[in-house]
Design a binder for this molecule. Structure first.
Ligand code: KIV
Ligand code: ZN
Length: 389
């Protein structure tokens, strides 16, 4: 396996599904899991088996049909959770149990009314329980973003010794700045003696809009797995967006990383997830928003029509999106108007366009967007006048 492969751990069906209104039934989860596998993700976190009979059944059914990706079930550091996850995953070709506990002083005190030593022992115990069911055990140190680095390093070393194959360092509250998160990962790389025996994973939340930036800082710091969701769905402000990290890694080849994701399927899966989860994508969302490849201001449109690279760093074809659009608004210029009229079959010269543009602006000031019907109307009226003269 290449040292610079970034494993894509998709948690759309677990963290993404925690979003109010996004709940999925087993059939919907199975359909999405098959699409995620086709997309090329490495790990599918299928659910939290102890949380409900429905989620148990989803993890169980997904385990039966997924052939290439690992199938993962979430647990707390609780014996019963882990036993139930082991049972739910029993048909998986590549099962993974994802277990863990809060490690920040705030979580230790407020959630567990405990102390660092006790939490360390519970973490080790959870990994050992999970090892009774599967070889591949991922440990999460919840709220690692706000966990003291020295203590975090002790926990990570201990769980790897207990058999963890992946150590997840979640910025659960989306608190870290990119350089802080990157330094945290680098600290673990440099201070955990057995770190070479596990993969470090980034699991970042978007409370300050930094989830993607933090995940990228994490892999630069030495992590080799990113936990993410389609459309960035997830608790509160969401998780790292899968499509964003995949395209950053692809666009910035100088970083030397790669993923197994087929980028051409990014827009189709985004639409499928939005429909199935009943959660529309914001129009200005990177890569998959309806405006991601639309140009509406005159300056941009003029440059784009001369050379698309002036205002587009990604060819929409590369990410399975519809072709770039020239949208006509009151901020559009003559070249965009001429382009759109030409597409409708009208061939006007510069003088014609100058006159038509004044008419266009009158409509554009009244409407949010000038549409095809409006253009046909303007062009038709102009041609009639010309003929009459
Ligand atoms: O955000 C978080 O810390 C989590 C863990 C359960 C991995 O989702
Ligand atoms: Zn999370």
């Amino acid at each position: 396996m290449s040292a610079n492969k970034i494993h894509i751990f998709d948690t759309t069906l677990r963290d993404g599904e925690q979003v109010p209104g996004c709940k999925l039934n087993t059939n919907e989860k199975v359909e999405l899991a098959l699409k995620l596998e086709e997309l090329g993700v490495d790990i599918i976190e299928a659910g939290f088996p102890i949380s409900s009979p429905g989620d148990f059944s989803s993890v169980n059914e997904i385990s039966k049909i997924i052939t290439n990706a690992s199938v993962c079930g979430l647990t707390r550091a609780v014996q019963k959770d882990i036993e139930v996850a082991g049972e739910a995953l029993k048909y998986a070709r590549r099962p993974r149990i994802h277990t863990g506990i809060g490690t920040s002083d705030l979580h230790i005190k407020a959630k567990f009314n405990s102390n660092r030593e006790d939490i360390l022992q519970r973490a080790i115990q959870a990994v050992k329980w999970a090892k009774n069911f599967v070889d591949d055990v991922e440990f999460y140190a919840e709220d690692a973003g706000r966990t003291d680095n020295e203590y975090l390093a002790r926990v990570v070393e201990a769980v790897i010794r207990a058999g963890a194959t992946v150590v997840n360092i979640p910025d659960t509250t989306g608190y870290c700045l990119p350089h802080q998160y990157g330094e945290k990962i680098a600290f673990l790389v440099n201070n955990v003696p057995n770190i070479d025996k596990a993969i470090i994973s980034c699991h970042c939340h978007n409370d300050l809009g930094l989830a993607t930036a933090n995940s990228i800082a994490g892999i630069i710091g030495g992590a080799r797995q990113i936990e993410c969701t389609v459309n960035g769905l997830g608790e509160r402000a969401g998780n790292t967006s899968l499509e964003e990290v995949v395209m950053i890694i692809k666009q910035h080849s100088e970083l030397g990383f790669h993923t197994g994701v087929n980028a051409k399927l990014l827009n189709p899966i985004s639409q499928l997830v939005a429909e199935t989860m009943r959660m529309p994508v914001q129009c200005n969302k990177a890569i998959v928003g309806t405006n991601a490849f639309s140009h509406s201001s005159g300056i941009h449109q003029d440059g784009f029509l001369k050379d698309a690279l002036t205002y587009e760093i990604i060819d929409p074809v590369e990410v399975g999106a519809e072709a770039s659009k020239i949208v006509l608004t009151a901020r559009s210029g003559r070249s965009a108007l001429a382009h759109r009229l030409h597409k409708l079959g009208y061939n006007f010269d510069r003088n014609d366009i100058d006159i038509l543009y004044q008419e266009f602006l009158l409509i554009a000031d009244r409407k949010k967007e000038v549409l095809e019907d409006d253009l046909n109307h303007i062009a038709g009226a102009y041609n009639n006048k010309e003929m009459a003269v």
